[in-house]
Structure formats: structure tokens, C-alpha cells
Design a protein around this ligand. Structure first.
Ligand code: T5A
Length: 207
């Protein structure tokens, strides 16, 4: 486990259902008496909210600048929110982390994935999640779930989102012991049960 606490990250394509599952998991952990820090990238700090606005709702951003901005958000977030929470002993439940950069900027934007990963490892002083829950979603399902709400990255074509999806799956295959991969098309409760079971095992039963 990372420091004193535990670091659980949710990843997946847009509209995969991460927010839904993160909220359910955080409530379950709190009910079990755990101290939980619920956070997200980009935008888990005041500075990050400004970066999020630029990245998701601003004008065109060059791919390398985009990768650097996500990494800058991450560096500040990990140093000021995530590490202090882990040092307190919290369970940190986080919406997106560096796999999103490798998948979206490395694969989607066609930058070198190894460079993008290296940037995030430098930014975070190599803080790895203890567990990553990957909600694997077909881009057309994610798009339908999002309705008319599309930010700058969500507006990319289905081909972009297919490449992102396959990079997420490849990352999980490289280190299966650190991932829980679930089909995001399953009913919410089925997903929530599977996540709780795996998190309980990772935490040594939070109840
Ligand atoms: N990004 C991010 C990068 O490019 N690089 C990076 O390094 C990082 C960190 C962030 C954007 O930035 C990009 C990736 C993203 O494009 P975000 O705020 O994380 O944006 O946006 P999304 O991931 O798209 O978040 P969404 O809120 O759109 O999707 P969620 O959280 O995955 O899904 P959720 O829970 O809001 O659910 C979406 C809808 O589906 C329903 C929900 O009720 C909701 O209506 N739903 C289900 N329906 C049927 N069955 C289920 N199992 C369902 N679960 C949820």
C-alpha cells in the first residue's frame, strides 16, 4: 500500500460510469468507518480547476501542451491533496490518473506513450495506485450516456476513443495484479458489488 493509506483509481472512457461507481464506493467505505478522500483529475485543486477549464472548455491546445497541462495538474494535486491524505491514512478514491494521460495523450494524440508516462512519473515522484478499476466502455455506449454534453476531448471522433479504449486495456494486461477490469455495460449494482469485493480484499476487509 502507498504510505499509510490506500490509493484507488478509476479509469475508463468518457461516460463509462466512473462517477457513479466512485460515489457508491466512497459511501460504502465511509459506512464501514474509513476516512475517505474523494478526488479527481483534472481539477482536484483550485489551481487544477483552472487548468481543467483550459483543457476541457478552452480553445485548441497543442498535444504536447495538453500533455504538460495534465501533468502540471497532477503534480500539484498529488503533492497537495493525494500524498497528504495517504499520509493521514485515508483511502484516496480518485477519478482518473496517469493511465488517462497515456491513453488519451499517448494513444489518442499520438504522442509517445513512454514519454507521457515518464512525465507523469516525474510529476508525481512515482506515486502508483494500489488498485486501478478500469471500466471498459464501448465509445458508442459512452457517447449515448453523455447525451448532449461533450467537452473538448469528448468531441473527438469514435476512432480516437477506440484507440484510447484499447490502450487502457493494454495497460491493464501489462500488470493484471494491479487492475480490476469490468465491462461498463453491466448493471450499476453488479459493478458496485464486484468493486466492493476487490477493494475489500485490497484493504484487508474495510468492515
Ligand atoms: N483526460 C483526463 C485526458 O485526456 N488526460 C488525462 O490525463 C486526464 C486525467 C476528463 C476528460 O479529460 C481527459 C479524459 C476526459 O475526456 P471527466 O470529467 O473525467 O473528463 O469526464 P468523463 O470521464 O467523461 O466523466 P463523465 O462524468 O462523463 O463520465 P463517468 O464519470 O465515467 O460516468 P457517470 O458515472 O457520470 O455516468 C454517465 C451516465 O451513465 C449513467 C449515469 O447515470 C450517467 O447518466 N450510468 C449508467 N447507465 C447504465 N448502466 C450503468 N452501469 C451506468 N453507470 C452510469
Amino acid at each position: 500500500m502507498s504510505a499509510a493509506g490506500s490509493f484507488i483509481v478509476f479509469e475508463g472512457g468518457d461516460g463509462a460510469g466512473k462517477t457513479t461507481q466512485i460515489e457508491a464506493l466512497a459511501q460504502w467505505l465511509r459506512d464501514a468507518g474509513r476516512q475517505v478522500t474523494l478526488t479527481r483529475e483534472p481539477g482536484g485543486t483550485a489551481l487544477g480547476q483552472q487548468i481543467r477549464q483550459l483543457l476541457l472548455h478552452g480553445d485548441h491546445v497543442e498535444p504536447r501542451a495538453e500533455a504538460l497541462l495534465f501533468a502540471a495538474d497532477r503534480a500539484h494535486h498529488v503533492a497537495t491533496v493525494v500524498r497528504p491524505a495517504l499520509e493521514r491514512g485515508d483511502v484516496v478514491v480518485q477519478d482518473r490518473y496517469f493511465d488517462s494521460s497515456v491513453a488519451y495523450q499517448g494513444e489518442g494524440r499520438d504522442l509517445d506513450g513512454a514519454d507521457v508516462l515518464h512525465l507523469s512519473l516525474w510529476a508525481t515522484r512515482e506515486l502508483h495506485p494500489d488498485l486501478t478499476v478500469l471500466l471498459d466502455v464501448d465509445p458508442s455506449v459512452g457517447r449515448a450516456r453523455r447525451g448532449d454534453m461533450h467537452d473538448r476531448l469528448e468531441r473527438e471522433a469514435d476512432d480516437f476513443h477506440s484507440r484510447v479504449r484499447h490502450r487502457f486495456l493494454a495497460l491493464a494486461q501489462e500488470a493484471p495484479e494491479r487492475y480490476l477490469v469490468l465491462d461498463a455495460a453491466l448493471p450499476r449494482e453488479v459493478l458496485a458489488d464486484a468493486i466492493r469485493e476487490r477493494v475489500a480484499a485490497a484493504l484487508g476487509d474495510p468492515t
